[in-house]
Design a protein around this ligand. Sequence first.
Ligand code: 13P
Length: 252
Amino acid sequence: MRKRLIAGNWKMHGSVSQVKSLITGIQQGAQSYSTIDILVLPTFVHLSLVHDLLQSTAIKLGAQDLYPGAQGAFTGAVSGPMLIDIGCQYVLIGHSERRTIFHENLDLVAAKFKAAISAQLFPILCVGETNDERKQGETEAIIEEQLESVIRLVGIHAFQHAIIAYEPVWAIGTGLTATPEQAQAVHAFIRKLIANNQVDIAKTIRILYGGSVKADNARALFAMPDIDGGLIGGASLDANQFLNICEASCTK
Ligand code: 13P
């Protein structure tokens, strides 16, 4: 049985006071959900603060990005070993906003995944198609390319320590959600791709759904057999909404 994971991707949001009250709110309710993993992904500048606030809670900490390499002349960048040093366990890799706004190509995403594994962080590899790609019937080809480019560089065994997030680009921040059936179909396809490489990893790897997950659609999504939790954007910035999504993931 795969343990559910609910992850809050805060993106570029939050002030010190907002972060403090959000963590206070989440941790007050989170104790009721000990059967799942709960993860928050603040901005780099808030990681240390959130790490301190999360002491003596079971809530896990991750970053939204990293740069390959341990250290060096890469102005503005943050490395995997730095994230480990500050107390992170997880890192998002290849979020669609990184791929589009920051022009991250398949090779850079794969290099970042490799850097996360080398630093002993758990990468959460984000994959997903745009609206146009879905309309053209290219969803599976796009997902396959995004996944295979990473497998080619790191090998399938690295996925023992990884998580995959399916985030259809057309559902991110738009209020449009994939139907549970649409999401399940892609999750099953991703699991099949992994199984083609290694059956045991396919059985254990967690595949999250992301894209306008809210308290009122979460239960139906999480009821799908290959959906193991959620990567939550907007709704993770409100403690009550985030906790309601955690609640929805506790029951099949
Ligand atoms: P929204 O939940 O705001 O659609 O964002 C999803 C997302 O991009 C999480 O990484």
